[in-house]
Ligand binder design. Structure first.
Ligand code: AHG
Ligand code: MN
Ligand code: MN
Length: 340
């Protein structure tokens, strides 16, 4: 299909609304709200070097990590936009210990969807002008509409996601999302404030030559990951692979989706469950990776099949070009699980 270069995200959403099984326009409005909030966050991220917004906010989030001011700003922007428009019935965020119930103005909220969000991903990159992102995941609630949301609405396996996406605030700003019918990328024209379809039907190359992992943690990695890294570095046929690691899941996966590659954040002796969060980092990224023809695993099982038990649950994560992930899994499979 030829790329219609001037198609906007707004037009694309309207044209594709019928793709949704239960379409009532609600999901389209939700993606529209995310698009709007992303523009506001983009504006703020872009002036990070100009105004007094960089640096620590002086607070520690539920993970015990320092919150950056832009983490707080992005969190508030997404929550406010989604709350004010009464577009969802609940929100869970990396920056909030508990999920948020949205009551609705007259006390009755009939919306069907919940959103889980990492408002600013890779936030340690802000002070140094390197790409950051936002990750979102959307589910239909499982409890009856019109009642307050409960934890079970958020603790759903990733294979039940209705839509997921990310925004990358990079050399240009893009929204990349999927409603389960492939992955499409839209680039923001900052002069007009409009996103245009720039990357229709994004697909992982079957095989790539990039491996992305924080090798500073190498000595703490499980033996299967150590062996796989050595395999990547070996001189043979199409190897050695090259190493690229930004330290922002969104940016690392985005690059690998276009160029072909694998992203790995394993469990370590220090973090036996890994670092990345299942519900608002790994599940949405795994959904996009699979929709783009790649694979995502914790080394032993498909990420999307993990039944979550906690809102801020962590998991080891291996995602990218299908054959590369399969290779990494084959190394992991030689050792019993959870042997750091
Ligand atoms: P966040 O900024 O939302 O806390 O996420 C950071 C995550 C992820 O984006 C990134 O890939 C990873 O942490 C980097 O971790 P290391 O610095 O340990 O490599
Ligand atoms: Mn993150
Ligand atoms: Mn974050």
């Amino acid at each position: 299909m030829p790329v219609q270069k001037n198609k906007t995200l707004g037009e694309f959403i309207i044209e594709n609304q019928s793709e949704f099984q239960y379409s009532s326009g609600e999901l389209s409005r939700l993606i529209n709200s995310i698009r709007l909030a992303a523009k506001v966050v983009n504006h703020e991220v872009n002036k990070a070097g100009l105004v007094d917004i960089i640096g620590q906010a002086g607070e520690v989030n539920v993970q015990g990590e320092d919150q950056q001011k832009l983490d707080v700003f992005a969190n508030e922007t997404f929550i406010k936009t989604l709350t004010n428009r009464e577009i969802v019935c609940g929100i869970a965020s990396e920056e909030e210990e508990d999920f948020i119930t949205i009551q609705g103005r007259n006390g009755q909220n009939e919306n069907k969807y919940v959103v889980l969000i990492d408002p600013l991903d890779g936030s340690s990159n802000i002070d140094v002008n390197v790409s950051v992102g936002t990750i979102f995941s959307i589910y239909r609630r499982v409890t009856p509409a019109g009642t307050p949301v409960s934890l079970e609405d958020f603790l759903q396996a990733g294979n039940r996601q209705v839509a997921a996406g990310y925004i990358i605030y990079g050399t240009s700003t893009m929204i990349v999302y999927s409603t389960g019918h492939g992955v499409n990328g839209f680039t923001l024209n900052p002069a007009l404030g409009t996103y245009y379809l720039s990357h229709p039907n994004l697909c992982f190359p079957e095989k790539g030559q990039i491996y992305s992992v924080n090798e500073g943690n190498y000595v703490h990695f499980p033996q299967g990951i150590k062996d796989y890294i050595k395999y990547c570095q070996k001189e043979e046929e199409d190897r050695p692979y090259t190493s690229r690691y930004i330290g922002s899941l969104v940016s690392d996966v985005h690059r690998n989706m276009i160029k072909g590659g694998i992203y790995i954040y394993p469990n370590t002796a220090r973090d036996p469950r890994g670092k990345l969060r299942l519900l608002y980092e790994c599940n949405p990224m795994a959904f996009l990776i699979e929709q783009a023809g790649g694979k995502a695993s914790d080394g032993y099982r498909r990420i999307l099949d993990i039944e979550p038990t906690e809102l801020h649950q962590r998991t080891p994560f291996i995602g990218g070009s299908a054959s590369m992930v399969e290779k990494a899994e084959s190394f992991m499979g030689l050792y019993p699980e959870s042997t750091p």
